[in-house]
Write a protein that binds this ligand. Sequence first.
Ligand SMILES: Cc1cc2nc3c(=O)[nH]c(=O)nc-3n(C[C@H](O)[C@H](O)[C@H](O)COP(=O)(O)OP(=O)(O)OC[C@H]3O[C@@H](n4cnc5c(N)ncnc54)[C@H](O)[C@@H]3O)c2cc1C
Length: 487
Amino acid sequence: MRTLSILILLIFSPQPTFQQEPTVCIIGSGIGGSSLAHFLRQYSSKNWHPRILMFERNGVVGGRMATVTISGQTFEAGASILHPKNYHTVNFTKLLNLKPKDPPSSEDSTAFGIWDGSKFVFKTISVSSTVPFVQKIVSLANSVLMVLRYGLSLLRMESFTESAVDKFLKYYESFETRPVFESVDEMLKWAGLFNLTARSLEEELIDARLSPLLMQELVTIITRINYGQSLSISGLAGAVSLAGSGGGLWAVEGGNWQMAAGLINCSDVALHLHEEIESISYLREYYELNSTKGNSYTCQITVVATPLDELNLHFSPPISIPERKLQHTHATFVRGALNPAYFGLDGVSKIPELVATIEDPDLPFTCISVLKQHDENDFTYKIFSRKPMTDTLLDDIFSVRKETIRINWGAYPHYKAPEVFAPFILDGRHLYYVNAFENAASTMETSAVAAENVARLILSRFFSKPSVTSLNLKTSSDAREELHLDL
Ligand SMILES: Cc1cc2nc3c(=O)[nH]c(=O)nc-3n(C[C@H](O)[C@H](O)[C@H](O)COP(=O)(O)OP(=O)(O)OC[C@H]3O[C@@H](n4cnc5c(N)ncnc54)[C@H](O)[C@@H]3O)c2cc1C
């Protein structure tokens, strides 16, 4: 009750007046940066209205939520699917009056095949019928096929995933029961998820008694599609990846990037597009940000909302974070038709809508999926691969290729258990790092969950400065005994 009353105090009561409202500078306009701006506004008092400046090096907002246009049609190029229990993004969609859409049937009840480089080791049945009864029979037949191949292990896989999802739901609890977290470790431990980051997915699934066949085939194709990586990723990244292959998945009609655009629009943010920040210097009372345009900005609070791993951003004084790599995913979009002969088949209609691959370094792609079928011999495909798809390779795989678009994504962290996390607070002052949490799992929702915590952390730490101790806010360093903080 005390927590709630302090929060109400913070939100509704007159706040101590500062000579000048502080400036909060956010680097990055993806879902992390945009939801941070949103939560900062939502949680702060009407009397506390900091200037929020947001810097985006690109000419559009959204970061890894981006679309690609091929032959005049638009598709998700990066983050494409959301889980039904991704409550922040569900709420953003409602708040912004965006329309949720179910993912295209090619990602839902997709007919898929597991390709080992010379043959399909497993294929589900595909019947192109719009009759619900026929669809149901096909779906039932596919379930039977799966059970015959993988047996009871399928249930164990489901319960492993559900247990992790249930723990994650704790991050939506009210302020009364949910502390503000100063570190990723603390945040994961509180939800019971930390141990999953300390061991590989493979170790976790062996303990959960999944059969080797299920792990080498179905689980592997899922982690490869979602994170471009093998079973060596952490148990938590693996569970998140498996959750992203279940039912009820959705996306925002017209593009997920609209969530970032809408949140920025609603949050009274001064957005600086095409402005890359190249240095952050702490100059006693404030941070000075310098951009490649030659501009300087003064900020009392600075938030990095992008992975630092491949960034040329200079910090003075220097900061220290664990060294890690990003996993690059090459997304190649092709309008045309696959070559059935490449797959040892005699017709393009026999190739599954999703061709997924097992872990084999010689395989040149991770997956190929149909985004849209235009007619019998004309499709739009999305290919994920770890290396760029050369023209020679594409000419082998496709019999018709009218248009090709390639994107090289610094897509997500390269996961390796046990994970070591960067801090949310980079310098012990007011320099924050939302994407420290991405090394637990990278999704639109996890970015929003991390941003929500960082917004609360900023407020609790800013208002616990000596001048406002009357608000009686504590951080975990003030009250190390209490895991539960006051905001
Ligand atoms: C191919 C692919 C598929 C994916 N699929 C899914 C999926 O289906 N579902 C899902 O939930 N997630 C998916 N993800 C992961 C998801 O995209 C990310 O976890 C999430 O979008 C990260 O958001 P963010 O705001 O933290 O970072 P970003 O979206 O990367 O935003 C960071 C922003 O900061 C900008 N920036 C960087 N440096 C500077 C600088 N110095 N100055 C100014 N601006 C800067 C960047 O241009 C970028 O716009 C996928 C990712 C990829 C690449």
